[in-house]
Design a protein around this ligand. Structure first.
Ligand code: SF4
Length: 235
């Protein structure tokens, strides 16, 4: 199995990945309903309110008539808080990862054998980019530029790229970045300025492919990530 197909996460990283999954996509009602008994334990009742797209919940300590309404997003937050306070054992955490990331996951140790955690199959071996450009046009990575990306462009003398980057400073130190900002202005470009259509085809290409930001290089992180964000690379 190639490196990109198998990812090792420490328990803390696995919990962080679950948080990212719960918060980056539209609320995942079905998923939350499938896993809440594993996370919260017995005695909880959760009912969908189809009219309002909310949930009704009651904890073991409350009577059914005391059910309260909660948004799906807040219910996800309740599950995350429960997970973080429980710090589940690795087998349970692996089972949750399988359900949440919709791929095989199992407990193990990292390559050096020093750290226990979860191995997750990303399913990326079947990835085949169609160069449809949907990710570049639809996803918002405006604030995802890393310091390493910025430094690399400096080292390579890529002033042509850097002039599209806004660096925000505090006490003289750069604390964050924004891309892609029209040079000399504070106005964001509607789409990435390095995306161009391949003449005579329906495909697109990136004009800075070899040095594109890490967020672009890492996309999609998994089959689920692709499916949830409209990437057809696995279809
Ligand atoms: S959306 Fe997927 S298939 Fe389309 S360009 Fe992006 S990575 Fe490639």
């Amino acid at each position: 199995m190639a490196d990109r197909d198998l990812v090792f996460l420490s328990p803390e990283e696995a919990l962080g990945a679950i948080r990212s999954d719960f918060t980056q996509y539209p609320p995942q009602t079905r998923l939350f309903l499938d896993l809440y008994t594993q996370v919260l334990g017995p005695g909880w009742t959760v009912i969908e309110d189809a009219r309002n797209e909310d949930l009704w919940i009651t904890s073991p300590s409350r009577r059914k008539r005391n059910m309260r309404r909660i948004s799906v997003r807040d219910f996800g937050e309740l599950l995350l808080n429960a997970l973080n306070s429980q710090k589940p054992e690795l087998p349970k955490l692996a089972g949750l990862c399988e359900l949440i990331f919709q791929t095989r996951a199992y407990p193990g140790t990292n390559g050096s054998g020093h750290c226990k955690g979860i191995w997750i199959e990303s399913g990326m071996q079947a990835f085949q980019c169609r160069q449809c450009g949907r990710c570049c046009m639809n996803l918002d990575y405006r604030f995802e530029l890393t310091h390493a990306d910025y430094e690399l462009w400096h080292q390579l003398g890529r002033g042509d790229i850097l002039e599209w980057v806004a660096a925000f400073r505090r006490n003289g130190e750069i604390v964050s970045y924004a891309i892609w900002v029209y040079p000399g202005t504070r106005q964001y470009a509607p789409v990435c300025p390095w995306l161009e259509k391949i003449p005579g085809s329906a495909m697109w290409r990136c004009r800075i492919h070899d040095v594109k930001p890490e967020a672009c290089r890492q996309y999609p992180a998994s089959r689920k990530h692709a499916r949830m964000t409209g990437c057809p690379a696995f279809s």
